[in-house]
Structures are given as structure tokens and as C-alpha cells.
Design a binder for this molecule. Sequence first.
Ligand SMILES: Cc1ncc(C[n+]2csc(CCOP(=O)(O)OP(=O)(O)O)c2C)c(N)n1
Ligand code: SF4
Length: 351
Amino acid sequence: MSQHITEDIAAKLNDTFTSKDLVTDQDVRWCPGCGDYSILKQVQTVLPQLPGKREDIVFISGIGCSSRFPYYMDTFGMHSIHGRATAVASGLKMTRPELNVYIITGDGDALSIGGNHFIHLLRRNLNVNILLFNNEIYGLTKGQYSPTSQEGLITKSSPLGALDHPFNPAALSLGADGTFVARSMDRDPKHLQAMLKRTAEHKGTSMLEIYQNCNVFNDGAFFIFTDKGTKQQETVFVEHGQPLLFGENHSKGIRLQSGKPEVVDMTTGEFSADDLWIHNEQDGYKAHLLARLFDNPEQEGHLPRPFGVFYAIDRPCYEDAVQAQLSVATEKLGEPNLDKLLSGRETWEVR
Ligand SMILES: Cc1ncc(C[n+]2csc(CCOP(=O)(O)OP(=O)(O)O)c2C)c(N)n1
Ligand code: SF4
């Protein structure tokens, strides 16, 4: 009886934790004012609200300022190698599918040196969460341009302006057949928390791109989307089943005319919500269109930048398929026997 009580209490303790339990004793080494602080705070706020034990959470990162994240989370974690958090997380998830695995990566880490691993993880659809901190710069190595830097950006490695055409991480993820693609920002804690919850709930690879201000090497890259003065005009927050409305008091809408997005004025009475593009997270074609609303916000006639869950569909996860295949093979051939395999009929002698 007393043993039962102890076990019950232990189970309860394991299941219950607060944000404070996730804070480590490490000195946080990000620059004061870095957007990473907000992301850390929102993750620490959201995780205790989700099902699952703290002991089952693992944060795996690559290399970069953002990749210091596991040091600041009192969970299991690993600061791995540049661009390879995806590979390490895949291996872990294959062998311990019950774990709740997060990949923390930067735009340089994920899309430059880790680009190949990134797309293959999305196509395989392992059940892991990617938090891609996009600051459009290499922060840790002191300000070289990255694969998401805007054309013409003056950096230490592009003193005359970057010539590269930038990646659009959401479009890239959809192109790699990702099953969950979303975007949020460091300076909107409420939205970021909501997106973190959706990311965690999705079974399959979730890719959450988070616009993150690097106030030292690329300050203000996203201010047009985050500042009170411009945010309403420059962003559209998409929600499943809801029309695409934006601007002050939802004064503007987006409709699709022959498959092309077009901004309409909602104040004249000419258009109602029924005329607008209704967001459907399961519509892959429209998700691609949404991800492509990626104009330069400085240009005349540009479309607002979308935030929210662009796409969320179910597709079997890789680790489940592997387990199923192993079960069939074991049923057919019996339990694997490594000794037998090694001492099979074909032998070699090394002299
Ligand atoms: C194999 C290898 N190549 C290059 C580097 C140098 N390096 C360290 S972090 C980094 C880029 C990090 O940029 P990003 O992923 O955008 O992260 P941030 O620091 O901006 O968070 C580079 C190139 C390295 N550590 N290892
Ligand atoms: S260099 Fe930029 S990304 Fe890195 S900690 Fe400083 S502000 Fe943050």
C-alpha cells in the first residue's frame, strides 16, 4: 500500500513541472537585447503546459548563438556539431521514439552547412520539432551574411552588398514536403507561445521559423513586422478557417483572383469576408502561395508577410515505419542474433 502511494507521488512529481524547473544555473551568454531571450522565455512558459514529463524532453542544437539554447534549458540536451542537430535528433528519435525531441538551429546552421540534412529530415517526417531561429545573419561568427540575408545586405563578408538570392525557409520546407510549416516572431510572445503549442502537438516534423532580432549584427531586420507602428499593415496572421484580414481594424483583406493574391479594401463595402481567401491548413497548394507572400516590405504594392500555421497535415512518421518494418522482419526471420550474423558462412581472414 505505502509502496503504491510512493509510486503515485513519484509519477505525479515526474509529470508536473513549472517554468522555473526549466531554468538552469548557467550564465546566459547572449548579448543584452538579443531576441533569443524571448524565445527561451516562451519555450520555458509553454513546455509545462503541455503533456509529457520533463525527463522525456531533449533539446539538440547545432552551432551558433541560438544553438547555446540547450545550456539554458534544464532538460536533457546536446550542443552538437554545425548543421547536424537534425542528424543527431534523427538517430535519437529512431532509437528512443518516446522522447520529445526539439532541434534548435539558426538560419546559417540549418540552411547553409545543414541544408542537406534539413530537407531530408522534413521529407522523412520524423516526429521532432525544429525551432529555426532566423536572424538573417551569422551571429556567433560576428556578422557574415547567411542564406537568408537580404540581397544587398552590407555585412563583414559582403562590404559591397550580398549578391546571393536568399532562401525562404517556409517555402523551402514545403518544397521538401514538410508536414508542418509555421512562422512566428520573437517580439510577439502570445503568438509565439501559440505557435510553440501547435508545433508540439503535431505528429511529424514540425518546422517553426521564428524571426529573431540580432541586435548586434543585423538589428531591425524584422522591425517592420514587429513594431507597433507598422505591424498591422505589414503582417497577416493566418488561422485555419478564417479569412485573410489585416490592417487597422481589419481594414484590408486578401482575395485570390485566378489563383493570384490581391489586397482589397474592406472599408468601402464592396467586399465581405466571403470574398476573401479563407485559410485552410490542409491545402498544400495554398500553403505554397502563402509561403510565397515574401515580397520586399520596402517595395511599393508589396503583400503583407504571413504568420501562423501555413500547413499541417498527417503523414506516417519515419520512426513508426522503421519499427513496423523491423517487426515484420523479426516475425519472419526470428529475433536478430548479432553473433550468428558475425559468424555466418562468409568469413574473411585479415592477415
Ligand atoms: C564546420 C564548421 N564550419 C564553420 C563554423 C563556424 N560557424 C560557427 S556558428 C556559424 C554560423 C551560425 O549562424 P546561425 O546558424 O545563423 O546562428 P546564430 O549565431 O545567428 O544564432 C558558423 C559559420 C563551425 N563552427 N564549424
Ligand atoms: S550576436 Fe546577435 S544572435 Fe548572437 S547573441 Fe548577440 S544579438 Fe544574439
